[in-house]
Write a protein that binds this ligand. Structure first.
Ligand SMILES: *Cc1c(COP(=O)(O)O)cnc(C)c1O
Length: 846
């Protein structure tokens, strides 16, 4: 009989073991192995079976066992130590980054598999961001949605097709508590069309010191369709999705306000949008300022100053867009009104303008993000450059290099992703130590750890493959072969990630015979573990999975290649620990950063990757291998052929020979040198601590300062910048460089020769202090464009004649380039409160 409803009863703990309560609900346990040991000791068998879930564990351990442990001094001492450690962790003073609070919004958060609120890299990144912020003491509040069924659970049918399941989670059984005020649950409300209201309760997941607020619409007061708003991550149609994003962005800000009020905390100074999905948060903050009596432009200036936007999408097709008609439906009022009860005071036309893009029928969430945030970044150096080009149309007239989008390369949370073996040799319990000390680690010990981790993976591969075949309909008696799948001594290659086309899951199958030969090589075999979920609506992705599964089902290779269904954090960690080589072959430059290879590197895995995302900047010739790309080959098939061939050649000629090249002690000496080099040099660079520090120093602190400045004295500076912006925008069509004269330039100038420029400029009523006039020098391309530009500020030299006419600007500068050199002169807005001269997207070129 099926249960009508499932619910969770929380355990009553004996007094002596009360500390288990907080240890189970503070998710710090997920990156603190001594705390995990405290739960495992309750019942080792169950701990493994239920998948390392402390809250569930407490619900299952019988009272008699609890009583027994409460009387066990050894256990009590272990528990007390963990509890004291958590206290000390929470009380540890944080570094002062000059920011009093950051609200970090993301549509997904992957903190632990126990809270399956993520689909892939974006969510895991957000989870790692919270964890490092907690470790460092950056005062962050995470904001997102709690999905009743998470993303989905993946299994395979007998013929290798992806099947999806959506088991419902009971929040009562998760490590969550409800946000309450005066003893009752806080409800956040957002207005929906047709006079309806969407209400949500707010769950708090405690991630070390960082609270993560998760809004949940599945409550009795909502209409059934509104209850379903938080049903699944990335499920449903555009209408469903916009409701989710309205709840996350607008409801999210309201939840933050309720949380800080209840906790007696200051309001966050900075709002960070992790991707454009949460962009509506900026509109809600504008509404707050309007409600306090400010005008829209002033409010926008104040919001922009304190907002950071991170883009993760290197292709226009990947960006979140809504039909403008949906914006009208949700943000427009009833007939005859220009604004809705959702954001009273904000006309729908102003909202539509925020997301304007080339296609007038579409509303672009990334464009809105860029317009609502004074500071923006991509997630690797290469992705920063790609983003500057992609969003160049928002800053017309500027060189792509000048588009004000920077980059912070992603990182991964070492205590979460490094195997505990590394913590032991680093002499820390959490992998946060000095990776440079591994320089001196004995090679035998290093190899020993790699072998241990590979063997652990092999056990996990067999266990999961067995389970997968049972789900595909096999009976246990047919599955004896699974017990000898994979070999703990064989070179192990991993490929696991979501399955969008650009990641090219099946590139390795380009020449099936060649792959087969690699796997079955009698002297130097390889074994390949593959995993990944396809979006449920992506039939193409499912077909790719099926191709891999069919190849792996072949009895002649099935001991050397497996596809493991249901890729998630609980599987991922075994892969990162155990794989010798981490394979990554996206279509460059579509992988904005990629983080799985970083997690592999933290465990001594060597990356074998296309030079895309993080690998483009961190490959150094010794820490793995770069698969040469066929950049510029426009025929996709041919490009795939060329890149697959390069991949096979690297595997055959370099990777496998090096792995099997052993000395008298049986050690692969050269391989181990690469492993050691990877751990020592990439170890520190790929960490989320480094990433969060970068954000804190380069984005949060400046945004906090700008936000404070903008809002002081009743938003005086915000009003000033808004007035300035309006004045400059109106005058700008008339601003012109009328004439430029050069002097001192001989016919054949030499490097360092002085160049004197005088420009006559029509400022169209603006004052010289409202602008900066720049001489731009650079190389002249065959198309007569300036590249490699440098800019020099020109000085105002007064008017042509005392009572009117053009403004004159001059400069003398040495020519610092050789070859075909050119110059031009341009006028840009200039104001102390702008983050860059390009910010307003206004430029008058000569
Ligand atoms: C790290 C991670 C990802 C992201 O991997 P990419 O290299 O960015 O594709 C996805 N899923 C899980 C479970 C992860 O741990």
């Amino acid at each position: 009989m099926k249960a009508l409803r499932r619910f969770t009863v929380r355990a009553h703990l004996p007094e002596r073991l009360a500390a288990l309560g907080e240890l189970s609900t503070n998710l710090r346990w997920s990156w603190h192995s001594p705390t995990q040991d405290v739960f495992a000791a309750l019942d080792r068998g169950r701990w493994a079976e239920i998948g390392h879930d402390p809250v569930r564990m407490l619900g299952e351990v019988p009272p008699a066992r609890m009583a027994e442990l409460a009387a066990d001094p050894g256990y009590c001492a272990q528990l007390d130590a963990a509890a004291a450690d958590l206290r000390a962790y929470l009380d540890r003073p944080g570094a002062d980054f000059g920011v009093r609070g950051v609200a970090y919004f993301s549509m997904e958060f992957g903190v632990t598999e126990v809270l399956p609120n993520y689909s892939g890299g974006l969510g895991i990144l957000a989870g790692d961001h919270l964890k490092s912020a907690s470790d460092l003491g950056v005062p962050l509040i995470g904001v997102g949605l709690l999905y009743r069924s998470g993303y989905f659970r993946q299994s395979l049918t007998a013929d290798g097709w992806q099947a999806e399941r959506y088991p419902a989670l009971d929040p009562q059984g998760l490590p969550l508590r409800l946000l309450t005020a005066d003893g009752s649950p806080v409800l956040v409300h957002v207005a929906m069309p047709d006079r309806r209201v969407l209400a949500a309760r707010v769950w708090i997941a405690q991630v070390g010191r960082v609270p993560l607020l998760l809004l949940d619409s599945d409550i009795a007061g909502n209409d059934p369709d509104l209850r379903a708003v938080t049903d699944r991550l990335y499920g449903g149609d555009q209408d469903h999705r916009i409701k989710q994003e309205i709840l996350a962005g607008i409801g999210g800000v309201r939840a933050v306000r309720a949380y800080t009020a209840a906790a007696g905390l200051p309001d966050p100074e900075v709002f960070h949008m992790n991707e454009g999905h949460a962009g509506f948060l900026g509109l809600e903050r504008i509404r707050e300022y309007l409600a306090a009596g400010h005008d829209f432009d002033t409010a926008l200036a104040a919001v922009r100053a304190a907002t950071v936007f991170t883009t993760h999408t290197p292709v226009p097709a990947g960006i979140d867009r809504f039909p403008v008609s949906l914006i009208h439906r949700y943000f427009g009022g009833a007939a005859g009104e220009s604004d809705s009860p959702l954001l009273p005071g904000i006309g729908v036309d102003r909202i539509v303008a925020m997301g304007r893009e080339a296609d007038p029928a579409l509303f672009n969430m990334a464009h809105m993000g860029l317009r609502l945030a004074q500071r923006a970044n991509g997630v690797s150096q290469l992705h920063g450059a790609v983003s500057r080009s992609m969003f160049n149309p928002l800053w017309p007239g500027f060189d792509p290099t000048e588009v004000p989008i920077g980059s912070v390369t992603n990182g991964v949370h070492a205590p979460t992703w490094a195997a505990r073996e590394w913590g032991e040799v680093l002499d820390t319990t959490d992998g946060s130590g000095d990776w440079e000390t591994l320089r001196d680690l004995d090679p035998e010990r290093l190899w020993d750890i790699r072998n241990t981790l590979r063997a652990t993976l092999v056990g996990e591969v067999r266990r999961r493959l067995h389970e997968s075949w049972r789900q595909r309909g096999a009976v246990a008696a047919e599955l004896n072969w699974v017990d000898s799948v994979f070999d703990p001594a064989v070179l192990t290659v991993g490929f696991a990630r979501r399955v969008p086309t650009y990641k090219r899951l099946t590139l390795m199958l380009r020449d099936p015979q060649r792959l087969r030969d690699l796997l079955l090589d009698p002297d130097r075999p390889a074994q390949l573990v593959v995993a990944g979920k396809s979006h449920p609506a992506d039939e193409g992705g499912k077909a790719l999975i099926q191709q891999v599964v069919r190849f792996a089902d072949d009895p002649s290779v099935r001991h050397r290649i497996v596809f493991l269904p249901d890729y998630d954090m609980s599987m991922a960690r075994y892969l990162y620990w155990g794989c010798d080589v981490w394979l990554n072959n996206p279509l460059r430059p579509l992988e904005a950063c990629g983080t799985s290879g970083m997690k592999s590197a933290l465990n001594g895995g060597l990356n074998l990757s296309i030079p895309d995302g993080w690998w483009d900047e961190m490959f150094d010739g010794e820490n793995g291998w770069t698969i040469p790309t066929a950049d510029g080959v426009t025929d996709d098939d041919r490009r795939d052929d060329l890149e697959a061939t390069a991949l096979y050649e690297l595997m055959e000629r370099t990777v496998a020979p090096r792995f099997y090249d052993r000395d008298a002690r049986g050690l692969p000496v050269r391989w181990l040198e690469m492993v050691r080099h990877t751990l020592c040099t990439l170890g520190p660079k790929v960490q989320a601590d480094r990433m969060v520090r970068d954000y804190a120093q380069r984005y949060y602190a400046p945004a906090a300062a700008a936000g404070r400045q903008a809002t002081e004295s009743d938003l005086r500076a915000a009003r000033e910048i808004a007035d300035y912006r309006n004045r400059v925008t109106q005058a700008w069509p008339g601003v012109r460089v009328v004439q430029v004269d050069a002097a001192g330039l001989p016919d054949t100038p030499v490097l360092g020769a002085p160049l004197s420029l005088t420009a006559r400029v029509d400022l169209s009523g603006l004052e010289p202090r409202d602008v900066v006039v720049q001489a731009v020098l650079g190389r002249v391309s065959p198309e007569n464009d300036l590249t490699d530009i440098t800019t020099v500020t020109m000085s105002p030299a007064g008017r042509e004649n005392p009572d009117g006419g053009l403004e004159v600007f001059t400069v003398e500068t040495p020519v610092s380039l050789s070859g075909a050199v050119g110059y031009t002169v341009r006028v840009l807005p200039a104001h102390d409160l702008l983050a860059s001269n390009a910010e307003l997207g206004l430029v008058a070129n000569a």
